[in-house]
Design a binder for this molecule. Structure first.
Ligand code: 5GP
Ligand code: MN
Length: 338
C-alpha cells in the first residue's frame, strides 16, 4: 500500500470533519493522554470528535481534561460501531496493529474513513493511509505535539487542556523522564507544555499519588511474598493468581507499575509480572540496556512492545506460563549476564 505524506492532512482537515480517535486495549497514560490531547486540539478547530477506548482504563486517568467524552467500546457497541462507520477520519494512536484494539479493529478496517496512525511502536501492520511514526519518540504524545506544532503549524492551539494531556502521556511513557529516549528535545517539548499551562507538579500527584489503600497493600504483598529472584539470570519476577486479585479487590490499572519494583533491584536486567486474569495469563516484561524484552513477548507469548517494556498473554495455566518463562532464560543467558 502506498503511504501518503502526512503533511497533506493539513488541507484535508481545513473544514470540519467527523473524526474518531482510538487507542489500544487497556489504555495507559500515553494512550489516553495522546488521544485526549489530540481531541482537545481538534475540537478547537470545529471538528466533530469522539474518542473510543477499546476497554476501560485506570481511575488515575479519569481526571484528564474532557475524559467524559471518551466512549468505552465494550460498554457502547452500537454507538461505537456507528461512529467508526460514519467517520471521515480515524486517528489510531499509540498502537500499530488493529489486533491491539480487539474486535473494534474489524470495524476500523472496514470503515471508509481515512486512517491516520500516530505511534512509536516497532513494525507497523500497514492498515493506515497516513502515518506519523517514529520508534525514537519516547511517547505517542510527543508525536502528537510534533503533529500539532510542526505538521499542522498550529502551536497557538496548545491550550491548557492539550498541554495537560500531552504532558501526562510523555511523563508516563518516559518513566517520569528517565528512560533513555528522554532526549533534550523531549525536555524542550515538556518545557513548552508547561509554558502552555500544564501544571507539572499537580499532574504527577494526580497520576502517581492516587493509589487506593488496597493497591498499596497489594504492592506490599507482592514485594514481600511473591517476588522471586533468579540470580543466575539476573532476572526477577512476581506472579499473581486470580485469588489474590480478588482478595485485594483490585481495579483496572492497579497492577500497573508493580513490575518496575522488580527491575529496580541492583543487577537485575529482566523483570516480569505474571498475572492470572479470568480469561488468560498476562505478562508484563521490563528490561535494562540492550535486552530485548519485546522479542521474548513476541516469540513466546503472542505479544510485543518496546525493547525495554513489552507485554504478552497466554491461554496456558499460570503454572505453565511460569515454567515456560523460566525455561526461556537459558537461551538468553549470555545477554542476561554480560
Ligand atoms: P504493559 O506491560 O504495561 O502491559 O505493556 C508494556 C508495553 O508492551 C506496552 O506499551 C505495549 O507496547 C506492549 N504490549 C503489552 N501487551 C502487549 C500485547 O499483548 N501485544 C503487543 N504487541 N504489545 C503489547
Ligand atoms: Mn506509548
Amino acid at each position: 500500500m502506498k503511504m501518503l505524506e502526512i503533511s497533506a492532512i493539513k488541507d484535508l482537515l481545513s473544514t470540519p470533519k467527523h473524526i474518531v480517535i482510538t487507542t489500544h486495549h487497556k489504555p495507559d497514560g500515553d494512550a489516553l493522554g495522546s488521544s485526549l490531547g489530540l481531541y482537545n486540539y481538534l475540537v478547537q478547530k470545529g471538528h466533530y470528535v469522539r474518542v473510543i477506548a477499546p476497554t476501560d482504563y485506570p481511575m488515575f486517568l479519569h481526571w484528564l481534561p474532557n475524559n467524559p467524552n471518551v466512549i468505552i467500546y465494550t460498554e457502547n457497541l452500537a454507538e461505537s460501531q456507528k461512529l467508526v462507520a460514519d467517520a471521515d477520519f480515524i486517528f489510531c494512536l499509540d498502537f500499530n496493529w488493529l489486533s491491539r484494539i480487539n474486535e473494534l479493529g474489524d470495524y476500523v478496517r472496514e470503515s471508509k474513513a481515512v486512517k491516520v496512525m500516530i505511534d512509536h511502536h516497532l513494525e507497523p501492520e500497514g492498515f493506515d493511509d497516513y502515518r506519523h511514526w517514529s520508534i525514537n519518540a519516547c511517547a505517542t504524545a510527543q508525536l502528537v505535539y510534533d503533529f500539532i506544532v510542526n505538521i499542522m503549524n498550529e502551536r497557538e492551539f496548545l491550550n491548557k487542556d492539550v498541554a495537560t494531556c500531552l504532558y501526562t502521556g510523555i511523563m508516563t511513557d518516559s518513566g517520569s523522564f528517565r528512560f533513555p529516549n528522554t532526549t533534550a528535545e523531549v525536555h524542550r517539548i515538556v518545557a513548552d507544555l508547561i509554558t502552555c499551562g500544564a501544571e507539572n507538579s499537580k499532574i504527577h500527584q494526580l497520576v502517581y499519588d492516587n493509589s487506593s489503600e488496597n493497591r498499596l497493600r497489594f504492592l506490599g504483598h507482592c514485594l514481600l511474598n511473591k517476588l522471586e529472584i533468579l540470580t543466575e539470570y539476573n532476572t526477577a519476577f512476581i506472579t499473581v493468581n486470580e485469588k489474590e486479585l480478588q482478595e485485594f479487590n483490585l481495579g483496572t490499572g492497579d497492577t500497573e507499575g508493580v513490575v518496575n519494583y522488580a527491575l529496580s533491584i541492583n543487577g537485575i536486567k529482566l523483570a516480569a509480572l505474571i498475572v492470572e486474569r479470568p480469561d488468560k495469563v498476562k505478562l508484563s516484561l521490563r528490561s535494562t540496556g540492550d535486552f530485548p524484552a519485546n522479542e521474548i513477548c513476541k516469540k513466546f507469548f503472542n505479544g510485543g512492545g518496546h525493547r525495554n517494556a513489552a507485554g504478552g498473554a497466554s491461554d496456558d495455566s499460570l503454572n505453565e506460563v511460569i515454567l515456560k518463562f523460566k525455561s526461556i532464560l537459558p537461551e538468553y543467558k549470555t545477554l542476561l549476564v554480560q
